[in-house]
Design a protein around this ligand. Structure first.
Ligand code: SAM
Length: 260
């Protein structure tokens, strides 16, 4: 069953209106007909099952059949802070980590980031990243679309660390602290919290991943001073675009999202 994230204003008394690309997808690609059922969510606090009534060229109208409990969200909100990688690797990180259950993406520039981001010229890139998150969330049957921020500077990112209940900097040279022990302690008193609502009841985890060239020792020290724990993801060196997926999966697994 197709799922669409729509603006709150597209929910009207007893009906929903699908517009723009979504209407085109429904009408032209899915060849929707009156009576077909779809799921619509405002991406925040409302999700409905609806039955299509009218299929137009630029608008599809559907009658609300029932209100649905918002599921599909993790109880632990994981923020992925990814140093801007080369090429389109960030799109891969956003797509895969949205499927797995990330709550937010915070691209950032660090000392060894090769890609320089020019906010004026490249606002379109953030729009494309957000579109990728929306499409991945629809495909994954999530109730929320993770937000994708415009890239932060390193300083700006450090100021956000206190907003997390647990902040991790993935550092391949970390010899002592292993992820499992750290997460075991953090989630010890949070297991059993019902996943799904995405309310973040099981806490907020900020995860920092470096660029292809890695973090400098100075950056790791600054991150630790800001409250991050330096953590190893094991003995193998992961590509920058692999590291977030691996760490996110471990975090959600340990939080109970994949069963107790
Ligand atoms: N310094 C690495 C090297 O020797 O090739 C390059 C960095 S690695 C390709 C990119 C990022 O992935 C790192 O900055 C780190 O955040 C993360 N990463 C990769 N493997 C890791 C591991 N085994 N433990 C912790 N973090 C890892």
């Amino acid at each position: 069953m197709q799922r669409y994230f729509i603006e709150p204003g597209q929910f009207e008394a007893g009906e929903v209106r699908i517009l723009g690309d979504d209407a085109h997808h429904l009408a032209r690609v899915m060849r929707a007909e009156p009576g077909d059922r779809i799921i619509c969510s405002n991406g925040v606090d409302r999700e409905v099952l609806a039955a299509i009534r009218e299929v137009g060229k630029s608008e599809v109208v559907a009658d609300v059949v029932e209100e649905r409990v918002m599921s599909g969200e993790a109880a632990c909100g994981v923020w992925i802070a990814q140093s801007l990688p080369k090429g389109d690797k960030l799109e891969t990180v956003i797509q895969k980590c949205t499927e797995i259950g990330a709550a937010r993406f915070l691209p950032f520039q660090s000392e060894r980031t090769v890609v320089q981001y020019d906010g004026k010229k490249e606002a379109k890139r953030v729009e494309r990243w957000q579109k990728i998150a929306k499409e991945a969330a629809e495909q994954a049957h999530r109730s929320r679309v993770p937000a994708v921020d415009s890239p932060f500077t390193w300083r700006e990112l450090m100021k956000l660390v206190p907003e997390a209940d647990l902040a991790l900097i993935c550092y391949e040279k970390e010899g002592a602290l292993q992820l499992k022990r750290l997460l075991g302690g953090f989630f010890a008193d949070k297991r059993g919290i019902a996943p799904g609502g995405g309310s973040g009841d099981a806490g907020r985890v900020l995860l920092l991943v470096g660029p292809e060239g890695g973090f400098t020792e100075k950056e790791v020290s600054e991150a630790e001073a800001a409250g991050c724990r330096s953590v190893s993801l094991g003995k193998r060196i992961l590509r920058t675009e692999t590291a977030a997926m691996a760490a996110l999966t471990c975090i959600l697994y340990e939080s109970g999202e994949m069963g107790e």
